[in-house]
Design a protein around this ligand. Structure first.
Ligand SMILES: [Zn+2]
Length: 308
């Protein structure tokens, strides 16, 4: 993040902008001002407050769940929104990073630890487009969480599309997010419908596989796509049903980030996956020990900072 303009006048107007944005966000959240007005307010005040030509990927500590913020030079992407009850944490986290608009919101798959706070996030932020996996009717969840999410999307008239392998999103300054999956899975394991994507920025890249399990991983590897990456978002919270050796070999990451809750009931991340990461020479971070994990890329190298 760059510093404010150094002149006293510049500092004052930057401070004023921060106050206006804060009030605008509060008014927007409570329905006092319209989305249109809020967006105009943001574009009028945000310019000059912060600027960055780097790309950041934040693995937000949301316990035994997942929520990832991509803060690219031109767009903000949110992948998943943790469990129910984490909306305030995610909202505050995004705002503290200067994120007031979610340009692209990907929900990898409709399990509660990925869409738990999604409805609330849709209510609290202007959302450009929403990407969800296409799942056969008979396997779609009937949970109230999922229905609340769909209702929130409908109420805000959000643009919703099914993830389609091959779709590319330009995120500014050459950053590109490409959808790689799901591709062809038709069984009853919702995890295997997870939206898979790869983010590339210069010579650095990030692979996100949601909770995709071995079957989906193998199909990804055999798709012939280049899935090599600098940072791998460990599959399914570090479960041994994901993170197969074949995938790790093809992805060949330098780092891995595991979203998991301290002392969780599933034993995530599984011991054999931690050993595999060590065998492959992958330096890993985990939200239960490290808190929020932030990777920053300048297009050439990636640096890491953690909360704890
Ligand atoms: Zn999960």
């Amino acid at each position: 993040m760059k510093a404010f303009n150094k002149s006293p006048g510049g500092l004052f107007s930057a401070l004023l902008a921060v106050i206006i944005i804060f009030l605008g966000a509060t008014f927007y959240e409570h329905g006092i001002i319209t989305e249109d007005f809020y967006l105009k307010l943001l574009s009028a005040t945000q310019n000059g407050v912060t600027e960055s030509s780097d790309l950041e990927v934040h693995f937000i500590d949301v316990g035994q769940a997942e929520s990832i913020l991509i803060k690219a030079p031109g767009k903000n992407v949110l992948i998943d929104a943790g469990n129910i009850g984490y909306e305030k944490k995610i909202e505050n986290y995004l705002r503290s990073k200067g994120v007031y608009v979610i340009d692209i919101f990907i929900t990898t798959h409709p399990h509660s630890d990925h869409i738990g706070s999604a409805a609330e996030i849709v209510k609290r932020f202007p959302v450009g487009e929403v990407i969800i996996p296409e799942i056969p009717e008979e396997f779609l969840p009937t949970t109230s969480l999922y229905e609340d999410f769909l209702r929130a999307l409908a109420r805000k008239n959000c643009s919703v599309s099914y993830a389609e392998a091959g779709t590319v999103f330009e995120l500014g300054k050459g950053a590109v997010l490409k959808i790689l999956g799901p591709d062809g899975y038709s069984g009853d394991n919702l995890n295997n419908y997870s939206v898979i994507s790869k983010l590339t920025f210069g010579e650095t890249s990030f692979l996100f596989t949601g909770d995709a399990e071995e079957e989906a991983e193998l199909s990804l590897v055999s798709s012939g796509e280049d899935i090599s990456c600098t940072v791998f978002n460990a599959g399914h919270h570090g479960s041994s049903t994901s993170n197969s050796s074949l995938l790790l070999k093809a992805a060949n990451p330098k780092y891995a980030a595991i979203s998991c809750g301290y002392n969780n009931d599933y034993g995530h991340p599984h011991r054999e996956i931690i050993s595999a990461f060590k065998d492959f020479g992958i330096k890993y971070y985990r939200t239960d020990y490290d808190g929020d994990i932030v990777f920053r890329s300048d297009g050439k190298t990636v640096s890491v900072t953690t909360k704890k």
